[in-house]
Design a protein around this ligand. Structure first.
Ligand SMILES: Cc1cc2nc3c(=O)[nH]c(=O)nc-3n(C[C@H](O)[C@H](O)[C@H](O)COP(=O)(O)OP(=O)(O)OC[C@H]3O[C@@H](n4cnc5c(N)ncnc54)[C@H](O)[C@@H]3O)c2cc1C
Length: 264
């Protein structure tokens, strides 16, 4: 069971950052994940009074506060319109509406879970993480960092630039609300395809392939899917995941081009 002796609802980000430098303290999001752990902390730090629970849209970007819930991502009209509904698609299988009303975007990205639908989805976009101390860094760079007890920054918001990418997302799950067996997000900007694959079962990574007009979508999908490593766990083997990734990446590419190629 998760335990904490004290709770501080901070007044600003400096206070949060200062408090979380101690190993005995911890920032909390919606606590949906933490409450399943057996962690004991002296102080937990609550950011819910800082107005970081909104999704702002400007001409250039979306700015998603760390305390936004997964349900807000799922139902935000601007985000889903701009990115062809991928945020609805990447959240709708996560347990149920009640959990998605609690689990936060900050907790989902900061934790960098291998199975994360949200991380996989954002990796295929021109997305960034804003850290209070570390500044704005590309999502792929943040995701590649190991999750460490000594990594004690505050994730303030996620920024997604509107660079014209269109995207599509899909997962395969052994049952409707289980963790994904494989998660794929594909986006396209001009001749460039950005392909993110998560739940391999390692955390999501992204690769880029370029369509020079000489390769079929199946070839491009295979090239992208083959750029990752795949492992086995109780949900499926690495070989199966690899094969699924090739097929789903191709299908997502087809969806984005309106083309349909036959077999994998
Ligand atoms: C039963 C269950 C099933 C799930 N299934 C899926 C699934 O299929 N797909 C999927 O993608 N996700 C799934 N999730 C994960 C969920 O989507 C969230 O990612 C998870 O709950 C973390 O969000 P949270 O708000 O609960 O974070 P918390 O549990 O509050 O925190 C998680 C971690 O993030 C840190 N943290 C939180 N906010 C910040 C911040 N602003 N700055 C710095 N550190 C921070 C905390 O210190 C902690 O280490 C599942 C969760 C549960 C409980």
């Amino acid at each position: 069971m998760f335990r904490a002796e004290d709770y501080v609802k901070v007044e600003d980000l400096d206070e949060a950052y200062e408090l979380c430098q101690k190993r005995s303290s911890l920032i909390v999001g919606g606590m949906a994940w933490l409450k399943m752990s057996s962690v004991t902390k002296r102080v937990i730090i609550d950011l819910s009074g800082l107005g970081l629970d909104t999704i702002e849209e400007t001409d250039q970007e979306f700015r998603i506060g760390c305390m936004c819930t997964l349900r807000q991502l799922e139902t935000h009209p601007g985000l889903n319109q701009y990115f062809n509904g991928i945020f609805k698609e990447c959240t709708r299988h996560i347990v149920g509406v009640q959990l998605r009303n609690v689990a936060t975007v900050g907790g989902s990205i900061y934790a960098r879970f291998g199975f994360s639908d949200v991380l996989t989805c954002m990796m295929a976009l021109d997305s960034y993480v804003e850290l209070h101390h570390g500044g704005v860094i590309p999502m792929a760079e943040f995701a590649a960092r190991p999750v460490s007890r000594d990594d004690r920054d505050v994730l303030v918001r996620i920024i997604i630039r509107k660079d014209g990418r269109k995207a599509a997302y899909t997962t395969q799950r052994n049952s409707q609300t289980d963790f994904p067996l494989i998660a794929c997000c594909v986006s396209r900007l001009g001749d460039h395809w950005y392909v993110a694959v998560g739940a391999r079962p390692g955390k999501a990574k992204v690769t880029q392939v370029t369509d020079d007009g000489n390769e079929s979508l199946a070839d491009l999908a295979r090239e992208a899917a083959d750029a990752f490593n795949y492992g086995s766990n109780n949900r499926g083997s690495g070989e199966y995941r690899h094969q699924l990734a090739r097929v789903y990446v191709r299908r997502l590419m087809e969806r984005l081009t309106g083309r349909s190629v036959s077999k994998a």
